[in-house]
Design a protein. Sequence first.
Length: 335
Amino acid sequence: MPVQRDEFLLVTSPYGMRMHPIDHVNKMHNGIDIKTNHEAVLATEQGGKVIDAGFDTKGGGNYVKLEYSREDGSKTQLTFCHLSEIKVKVGDTLQAGQPLGVSGSTGKSTGDHLHFSVKQVSPDGNVRQVDPAAYLAEIAQKGNLPQQALLNGHDLLAKYKSQDPNNGNALAQVNPAMSADDWMKKLLSSEDIGLDLGMNGGDPIVDMVTGAFTALMAIAVQIDNKTEEDKKQMVTEAATTKSINLAPYMPNHSDCSISLQEGGKAILKVDGQARALSQADLSSLSNILGSSLTDDAKMKRIAILVDNIVLSNKASQNYEQAVNQSQEQTNTIQR
C-alpha cells in the first residue's frame, strides 16, 4: 500500500466530483486523499520507474510519478502528491515498499494527506484516469494484502475485488454496513487518529480531556436526526481535525467549537475568541456528559456552560482593563 497501515488506510476524499476545499467549486477529484502523519510514502509494486518528480506550484508540495510496464504493452502510471520530501530521482527503479518520499507538504494542501492518482496508458498511447481504489484492490488481491481503504466506514476496495463465483454476496457479508457508533470507535482507535481514551493509565487531565471530547462527539453525532451517512461524515471530520463544531447547538453564538491541542489541552473557540478550558471547566463538562440526561438536555446544559465561560472570561478581561487604567492614572498623577 502507498502508506504502511496494519488495518486500514483512512480516505478523506474519494475519486469523483466534489466541492474543491480551496477553490469552493465543483471539480473532478482525479485521485483519492489518504490521511498521513508526516511519514514514508511507498512504492506499491516491484520495478516501478520514476518518470517525473518535482514541486507542484499549483497543488502545493512535491510529487513523484512512477510507471509500471505491463506484459500486454500497456502502462500504469501512479502519482504521489503533497510530499514534504522526495527520496528518489528520475530514472530510478524502485522495489515494492521502497520509500519514495515523505508526506506532510507545507504548501496548499488541506492538512497532512497523500493525494494518490492512477492513469492507464494503452499500447496505442491512449490515456485514461481511473479510480485508484480499483488499482489498490487489484494489488491487494495479487499481494494478499489485508488492508482496507475506508471512507466514512465504507471499504472503497470491496466493489473492485473479485467475488467468489459460488457466492456472489461474499463481499457484502465480509464488509457489512458500519454504524456511525462503530465507525467512531474504529476511527478513534486507529493509527491515524490515535486518541488516548484513558485506558492506558495516562495523565488524568489528558484522560479527562480526551474522554470529554469523545463523549461530546458521540452526542453531537446523534442529535438533530442526521442520516447515518451524515453521522459518519461528521465523525470523520471531527476525528481528523480533532475539533467539534458546536455552533448549531449554541443559539447565542455565531461560532463555537471545542478542539484538542498538543499536550492534552482543550480549546474553546467562541465568536472568534479562543481560550483553554480550565480543569474546573473540564470537570463541569465531564459531569454533564456523564449524567443520565437525554442527549438534547445535555447539549442545552453545555450551551449554558459555554455562556457562563464566555461571561466569566469577559468579566476577567474587564477587570484587567480596569486595573490597567487605574495604574495608568496613578502613574500620570505621580509624573
